[in-house]
Design a protein around this ligand. Structure first.
Ligand code: IPE
Ligand code: IPE
Ligand code: MG
Length: 249
């Protein structure tokens, strides 16, 4: 007898009761716990970040195959410069390597990649790699994958206010829509589901403007240990929530 065909992630999602017509359109992730994962095994923090990169590849493919339209991940915060120089340098190198190495794979999977954050402040070799990744995937039509690098939600709001002032917009005419339009990636819809790994119950300055009504799913699993199963668990929990946006159910 022939071996049964391998189920797809959409079939596995259906099997655990997920409604494929009500998937979160935009999933944002705070990929936390790389350091703790490494320390648990007595290894260097940078080793943990490398394992986190592997998880990211898997989760991006899972989200794309499932049918999520937008995935936005926190790779380096505007506050992460406070870490030891060695870790900061190691992270910059890792992100640059990843951006260069994954170019072909991103296009093979029809992924449109882009970056949010104060990218002019990162080392120029990393900036070049990110620009190449963005331009060479810009015509892809599958999942939109956004990497937040040197990203801070408050900095993003400050930058939006600066552009409004530079444009000479009058104080009375400013509204929420105009601020949303001046975020780093204005075509991204607000996240529907925010996943944070490694258990901390905080936002750490991530997408704070956009997440006003985002549903939060926190797991104690560290990022390198995270995978499809928990992604589906987060989505299943999301589908049980009643979103009210201040109104009544
Ligand atoms: C998240 O893992 C990745 C980055 C911040 C770059 P951490 O490095 O914050 O891991 P923990 O929180 O120390 O375990
Ligand atoms: C948030 O994690 C930033 C990233 C995942 C890139 P942190 O580890 O920097 O957050 P805090 O310091 O615990 O709030
Ligand atoms: Mg952390």
């Amino acid at each position: 007898m022939a071996a049964p065909a391998q189920n797809t992630i959409r079939e596995r999602a259906l099997a655990r009761g997920i409604d494929l017509d009500r998937l979160p359109k935009h999933v944002a992730i705070i990929m936390d716990g790389n350091g703790r994962f490494a320390q648990k095994q007595g290894l260097m923090r940078l080793w943990g970040h490398r394992q986190g990169y592997r998880t990211l590849k898997d989760v991006l493919l899972s989200a794309a195959n499932l049918g999520v339209e937008f995935l936005t991940v926190y790779a380096f915060s505007a506050e992460n410069w406070r870490r030891p120089e060695e870790e900061v340098g190691g992270l910059m190198t890792l992100i640059e390597e990843a951006a260069r190495h994954e170019l072909r794979g991103l296009t093979e999977n029809n992924v449109r990649a882009q970056v949010i954050g104060r990218i002019h402040e990162v080392p120029s070799t990393l900036r070049n790699a990110l620009e190449e990744m963005t331009s060479s995937t810009s015509h892809n039509t599958g999942i939109t994958f956004t990497l937040a690098i040197n990203y801070g939600g408050r900095a993003e709001i400050v930058d939006a206010v600066r552009s409004l002032i530079e444009e000479g917009v009058s104080a009375e005419s400013i509204n929420e829509e105009m601020i949303s339009e001046r975020m780093y990636a204005p075509s991204l819809p607000d996240p529907d589901l925010m996943i944070r790994t490694a258990g901390e119950l905080r936002w750490s300055n991530y997408l704070i403007w956009q997440s006003a009504y985002t549903e939060l799913f926190v797991t104690d699993t560290t990022w390198p240990e995270f995978g499809e199963e928990e992604l589906l668990a987060g989505i299943a929990q999301y589908q049980k929530r009643t979103r009210k946006f201040g109104g009544l159910a």
